[in-house]
Structure formats: C-alpha cells, structure tokens
Design a protein around this ligand. Sequence first.
Ligand code: C2E
Ligand code: CA
Ligand code: CA
Length: 669
Amino acid sequence: MKGLQLSNINKELLDQTQFPSFIIDKRGYLLQWTAACENLLGYATQDFSSGSAIFTEQLFSMAPPHIYETILKSKEAIKLEPLQLLTKTEQLIEAALMASPCQFEEQQGILITCIPMKNIRTFHHDGDMLVHLKNSIMSYFMVVTVDYEGLITQCNDLFLKTSHWTPKRVIGKSFWQLFPKSSTGMQAAEEIWETLQKGNMWKGEVEKITKDGMLYWTDLLAIPIAGNRSFLLIEKDITRDKTIQLQLEKIAYIDTETGFMNVHRLEQLIDEMIQEDRRFSFVYISIDKFYTLKGLSEFNATQTLAADFAKRIKMYFQDSTAARINASDFVVITPLPEWFIQGFLAYLQQNPIYNDNIAVPLSISGSITRFPEDQLSFAQMMKASTRTITNVRKAGGNSIMSLSKEAHKALSRQALIEKRLLLALDQKNLNVLYQPQLDMQTGAIVAAEALVRWMDEEIGVVTPDELIPIAEETGLIHSIGSFVLEQACEQALAWQKQGIPLKVSINVSIREFRDKNMARSILETLERTKCPAHLIQIEITEKFALEAESETAIMKQMRKLEQEGIAFVLDDFGTGYASFRYMQLLPLKTIKIDATFIRAMTQSEKTEHLVRGIIQLAKSMQLTILAEGVETAEQFKILKSSGCDLVQGFYVCKPTTADDVKALYYNKI
Ligand code: C2E
Ligand code: CA
Ligand code: CA
C-alpha cells in the first residue's frame, strides 16, 4: 500500500486494488467511487449528492468527528483502526481504513481503502479467542463507545435496536442524551461519567431513555479504554425483569382495594420505627364474621365493605398509618392514647356503613399492643394481637382489648424459648433422661421411658410441659423428636450389648406423624444406629389416637412400624376421649393409665373401682396395662392386687441417667 502514497492514481489503477477504495478531495467530496465499493457498501456514485461532503453526510456518519478531520488534514498515509461504515441499507460494516494523500486526475485527493474486518483478521492473525469474545459480546450486549468529551463514537446493532436511534443520528450525540432528563437520570449519568473520568469502572442497573422518549433499564458496565481517552459502555436490557420487579413491589406493598400498605410494608415500617425507638401503639382491628355479614354474600359487596371500612379508619385515626393484613383485618399504628383508640367502636356505630341503604351490622374485635412496653418486635406484636383477638371473640366480640402484663411476659418468654431452642438443637444442648418401668410380677425393670431435658444457660430449666407445645407450634418438634429417637436407639442398643434387655419408650407428637416420611425416618434411624425395632416403643396420646383413627395416612405409618416390630403405647389414658374404639382400631400393645387416676385412687373408692375396671378391660383385650405416676407404696399395692402389669413413677424411680437405670436393673426392688 505504501507504494500508492503520493502517487498518481487513475481509474484503472483504482479498479485493480485488492480492497474497495475510493477517492475524496481535500474537502471531503467524492471524486471517484469503485464497483468494489458499491458491492461492499451498496451505494452507487449517484447516491452521493455532489454538494456535500460524504464523510459527514452518509458513509462516515458513524465515524468520530476528530478522525474525519485527521484524514482531511493528513499529509501522509494513515491507518484508522476498525470503525463502522454505514451501508445504503443501514447495515453496519466494520472495516479498517487506510487514508493516503494522492494525485487523482490532476487534483489533490485522498485515497481511502476499506479493509473489511474479515480480511483484517487474516492480516493481523488476531487470536481466535479474542475474535469470538468480541463477536459474542457484540451479539449479546449493547455496546457503545464514547470519546473523552462524552460524544458517542461507535455503537452496535443491538444498541440501535433498543435505543431506537438510527446510526446516522446517534454518532456525535452526547452520552448524557442516553439518560432520562429526570434528576435521578442525570445523577446516574453524572456518577458514571465521574467514575470513568477517574479511570475507574462503573457497574450497576440504570434507567435509560430511547430516542423517542421511552424509558428502559439496563445492567451497565462502563469501562475506560485506550488510556482513558475513550470509554466503553456494555449493557444488557433488563427492562422486562425490572418491570416485573416493580410491579411485584407495587402489588406486594399496596393493597389496591383500600390504598393501605400491606403486611410486608407494615413489617418494614415497624422495624424502622423500632430501630428509631419511636413509641407507638399497634392496633389490630378485625371485622367479625366478615364473610357472613348479612346481605353481603356477594363478593362485590364485601369489596366495598373493606373500602368503606378503610375510609372509617382513615377518618377516625387521621394521620396515623394504616395497613391491611388480609381481607378482614387491619392494623393502625398510632401514638394516640388508649381511650381514643377505644372510641373507634362508638365512631363506627355513629358512622355506619350502608349496603343498599341498609346499615351493615358491623362488629369488630381489636387489640392494642404498645411499643416498647408490651412487645419488642413485629412478629411478637402480631402474635399478641392474634391472642388478644381470640380472647375478645371468646368474650363475645365487639371490643378492643389489651393483653395483661403477664400474658405479654409469657409471649415474650415463648419467643425467647423459640430462639434459644434453635441454638440448643444446633449445639445438641438437649439431653435425655430415662424413667424405668417395672414389671409387677417379677419386680424387674423391663423398660424405660425417654424424657427430654433442657437446661438453657440463659433461661434456666425449661420443662417438657412448656417446651413441647412451643416446639409443636414452631415445627421444631421434628428436630427434638429425631434427637430423642436417636439417643433412645443408641441407649437401647448399648443396654442390650451390656446384657440388659430394656425396651425404650419414646413420646411422639401427632405433628411428627403428620409428616408422611415419619415411619421411614424412624426406620432409617433404627438402621443407622443398628438398634433392633423390638427394643423401641412409641407412646402416643389420646388426641393423637383420635386423629390417627380418621387419618388413613397416619394409620398406615403406624401399621408399617408395627410390622417392623415397633410397639405402640396409648399414653395418658383416661384424660382425653378414652374411646375404647382406639383400643380396637389402632395397633396398640399397651395402655398407660394416667397419673391423675392413680393419684385419686387412694382418695376415692370410685376411682379405685374405675382403675380396677380399666385394668380388667385391657386385660380382656390382651393389652398390657401400665400405671404411671405411681408415688406411694399404697398405690403400688392396689395396682398389684388389681393385676396391673407394669408401673412407672417416683415410687420406683424418678427420671434419671442411663447409668442409674442400669444400677437399678441389677438392684431389683
Ligand atoms: P408423659 O409422657 O406423661 O411423661 C410422664 C411425665 O410424668 C414426665 O414428665 C415424668 O417426669 C413425670 N412423672 C413420672 N413419674 C412421676 C410421678 O411419680 N409423679 C409425678 N408427679 N410425675 C411423674 P416430664 O418429663 O416433665 O414430661 C412431661 C411431658 O412432656 C411428658 O408427659 C410428655 O408428654 C412430654 N415429653 C417429654 N419428653 C418428650 C419427648 O421427647 N417428645 C415428646 N413429643 N414429648 C415429650
Ligand atoms: Ca409418655
Ligand atoms: Ca403420660
């Protein structure tokens, strides 16, 4: 190519050059255009109006302005790095350009030779990896280059498609024009620009604007290139995701029917207020019998009822914040005193809601929980509210109440227990004690009941009677259950290995059995610990039995375990429904008479008869009968004379360690 420099060029020579070439004069007007150029770019000579410089007008509208000047002023051949040429059909072609001053038909001109990118690759032996990288980036991302003054110098098709700019128009436009004119838009542009100026990279989600004023979102990566003399913007259109997110947020935060915030937003707000240590009352208001309100069976009617009710809340509580929790429940956050909150009941009576000109007989149940006096978290406020509303409804409804100090304390303790229990389970801070069961005929210990124990550093001793209901409510019972089972299996096996054939009884809550995998996980534990199934007994309560009877899934699981050799014990017999039906239907082996009967037995002859009767009945059904809570020799004697099989209680031994049980086993009473 160097040979062409300053040479005299004629048309023939031009047609023979290897690459599409053309000649312009010193002002940028076209002097000669070749067939090769026409092939590559689509323009014919006549497409260039004679009165204008082609550099700025057509072909080179994509070229940065300073390059245009460089070419025209250049005294010697220069090579321009690949830039984008615009074809007649508005396609962009990447090409490197050689510009060489020359003589053409007695005129000073500049020969421009286009080297399309494909050929350049073979020329420069670009690593394939880099080419692929570039191509992939170009096809997946919008790419824009901006010069040091913030003027757009290049862009790819994807950018044009999204931004609705035409290539002709966008080159030379400013970077700031890509952002919305709003203050946030301008702030974003400024922040990106400043970061780039410092030679740093900027990355983030940003809102942009199309040529025709439509907003769109991109995930933008802006990087300084060429020693900070220009900047590269690589973007992905995320408008779809962003729109969905914004819609979701809107749906999630506002109740469209009433305009109140919803429970998610309320939670955030309460968290903020707690952080700021602001005093307030959390007023929970629930419309009684919302769906069955007379004359409001139609959905539309209930809708307007909610909206009208919300209006009453707004009117009465004025500047206080209100939220809708669900169809019938609302929360008002207010600094107003209790007497004023109570006044809402009277206000509702004076300002009834009408449906077809008839006042709706509205009654509400409300709860007031104060921060910080009563509860300290959103979850706790909701719990306290639910409990209060239940109390209000039990007392007939239509009133707004607060829980007593003690009730709030109990709730807080429960929350603390929940929190600490998670930790205890995690650190295996629970342990298991065993209470022996004695065979009345032989005087031998034949089994032991596994009873969970928890002594927490912070709370102290938590008895199972307190722990188990909380664990059931929170679902932590599953973890406790599997912990106790594992311990029991290991212990039963250990005793067996020591030649002590004791069965171990475990207590299982109905909630654990509602899990369809319960039987399987019990069997897996047996297998893992290598504990024979016949060493394990499961104690169930009457409440459990009642549900199991109607739930075939639970019954199935019990049958499966029974087949594998696990025996079932009906615990606390007599305290629940005492239905003799269970005894027939469920795969039970043992009936455990509740301690209350044993205690009352020595005081009341009737009870004594009852206990004897139960023992006889169980025996007639081939069930083993066990009496629990046996504390005295007198109780022991009566039970023995009644033919009771087994006893358990302080009289024999308190729940104790496995080692103590072992000692007791050898030390027959
Ligand atoms: P339960 O199954 O009826 O267990 C017998 C309870 O009576 C035990 O209380 C035991 O310590 C106590 N007890 C035993 N003999 C006597 C006696 O002679 N006099 C008196 N006054 N009490 C006696 P504990 O260990 O406090 O357990 C209470 C309840 O908690 C248990 O009642 C059981 O329903 C539940 N529980 C204990 N451990 C577990 C467990 O691991 N899982 C499940 N789901 N529940 C458990
Ligand atoms: Ca039990
Ligand atoms: Ca019991």
